[in-house]
Ligand binder design. Structure first.
Ligand code: PLP
Length: 360
C-alpha cells in the first residue's frame, strides 16, 4: 500500500477557517450573553415554531427541492418573477454558489476589507484570486478604489451593505456611480444581510437597483432580522442567467423543509418580526449614544452591531467583556464587533466600555 494521501486541490492550502462567534459560557459559569454572531436575541415566534414542529413530523422525507412555497411567497413579496429567485443554505451558501458559477483559477473577485470574513474563504475555495480594497479611514467601502481595481480578470464584486463588521453603509448616489463604472459582464453582489435594520433613507434597496441592472444580484437572509440563523436559509434575487446558474450549483435538497416552512411563516408574521427589529434599532441608538458619551469613536452603524476600533487593545477588551458576562467578536489587532442584543446584555457591554475607557 502506498503512503501517499489522496490528492487535494492546491487552492485549499492556507484557507482561513471560518471563525464562528464564540458561544456564551457554560451553564455553571457567570451569566453570559452571546453578542458575537449578530443573531436575533428574540426566540422564535410561536407561529413559526408551530410550523417547524409540524414539518419535523415528516423529516423522513426529502424536502421540496424547488422550495415552491417559499419561492412563491418571495416572488409576491418582492414583485419578481420566480425565474429571478434562488434559495440556498443561508446567504453564505448562495454566495458560494455565485462564485462557483462565475469564478475560477485566474479570475479575480473584488471586495472591501475588512468585510465579511466568509468572502476570502469562499473565494479561495473557488480558486479565484481575492482583490481586497481597504475601507476608507472612516471604515466605509471605498467604491472609487474598488472600481479602479477592476481588470479584465474581474468576475465578481461583493458590496456588503451595511458592511460586516463595521456597520457602515454606502448610499444611493455613490453606489449608482460605482455600478455605472462596472462592466456589464461583471457580476455585482449586493450582500444585504442586515437590510431590515437600515433606517438611513439614502441607502438604496438593492432590489430596486437589480431591476434596472442585469449584472446586479441581491443576497438576503433569514438568519438575522427574521431570527432563523439555526435553520440555514437565504436567497438571491438576480436576472435570469444568474438565477438559473444558482439553481444549477445548488446542493440538492439543501434547504430543509423546516427551514422552508419557517421562512414562509416568518414572512407572514413580518409585522411582528419587524416590530422586534424596531426595538433592536432603538437599542442600537442607545448603545451608540452611550458609547459616544463615554468618549468612544463609533462609526455610524445601520446594522444590528457596533464596531469599536481598539487596535492592540482588542483582545484585552474582549476578555474584559467575557469576564463581565458578554461574549463579543474580536478581530485581533483591529477591533471588536458587538451585536446589539438583550437590554441586560447591552448594559453589561456598556459598563465594560465605560471602565475600559478610563484605562485607555
Ligand atoms: C450573517 C451574514 C450573512 C448571512 O449568513 P447566512 O449564511 O444567511 O446565515 C451574509 N452576509 C453577511 C455580511 C453576514 O454578516
Amino acid at each position: 500500500m502506498s503512503e501517499t494521501s489522496p490528492r487535494l486541490r492546491a487552492e485549499l492550502e492556507g484557507i482561513p477557517t471560518y471563525k464562528p462567534g464564540k458561544a456564551a459560557a457554560a451553564a455553571d459559569g457567570p451569566v453570559a450573553y452571546k453578542l458575537s454572531s449578530n443573531e436575533n436575541p428574540y426566540p422564535p415566534l410561536p407561529g413559526v415554531l408551530e410550523s417547524v414542529a409540524s414539518a419535523a413530523g415528516a423529516f423522513n422525507r426529502y424536502p421540496d427541492m424547488a422550495c415552491t412555497g417559499l419561492m412563491n411567497e418571495l416572488s409576491d413579496r418582492f414583485g419578481v418573477p420566480l425565474t429571478h429567485l434562488a434559495t440556498g443554505t443561508g446567504s453564505v451558501g448562495v454566495a458560494q454558489q455565485l462564485l462557483q458559477a462565475t469564478s475560477g483559477p485566474g479570475d479575480e473577485v473584488i471586495y472591501a476589507w475588512r468585510s465579511f470574513e466568509a468572502y476570502p474563504i469562499i473565494t479561495q475555495i473557488s480558486g479565484a484570486t481575492s482583490v481586497k480594497v481597504p475601507l476608507t479611514p472612516g471604515d466605509v467601502h471605498d467604491l472609487d478604489a474598488m472600481a479602479d481595481a477592476i481588470t479584465e480578470r474581474t468576475r465578481l464584486i461583493f458590496v456588503c451593505n451595511p458592511n460586516n463588521p463595521t456597520g457602515t453603509v454606502v448610499r444611493r448616489a455613490e453606489l449608482e456611480r460605482f455600478l455605472d463604472r462596472v462592466p456589464s459582464d461583471v457580476l455585482v453582489v449586493l450582500d444585504e444581510a442586515y437590510r431590515e435594520f437600515i433606517r438611513d433613507t439614502e441607502v438604496p434597496d438593492g432590489v430596486e437597483l437589480y431591476r434596472e441592472r442585469p449584472n446586479v444580484c441581491v443576497l438576503r437572509t433569514f438568519s438575522k432580522a427574521y431570527g432563523l440563523a439555526g435553520l440555514r436559509v437565504g436567497f438571491a434575487i438576480a436576472h435570469e442567467p444568474v438565477a438559473a446558474a444558482l439553481r444549477k450549483t445548488a446542493v440538492p435538497f439543501g434547504v430543509s423543509q423546516l427551514a422552508q416552512d419557517a421562512a414562509v411563516a416568518s414572512l407572514r408574521a413580518e409585522d411582528e418580526l419587524l416590530g422586534r427589529v424596531g426595538s433592536l434599532v432603538s437599542e442600537r441608538a442607545r448603545v451608540v449614544e452611550t458609547l459616544r458619551g463615554q468618549g468612544w469613536t463609533v462609526p455610524e452603524t445601520q446594522a444590528n452591531f457596533v464596531w469599536l476600533r481598539l487596535g492592540e487593545r482588542t483582545l484585552d477588551f474582549a476578555s474584559a467583556c467575557e469576564q463581565a458576562g458578554v461574549v463579543v467578536r474580536p478581530f485581533a489587532g483591529e477591533g471588536v464587533r458587538v451585536t446589539v442584543g438583550e437590554t441586560e446584555a447591552n448594559d453589561i457591554f456598556l459598563k465594560t466600555t465605560e471602565a475600559f475607557r478610563k484605562e485607555l
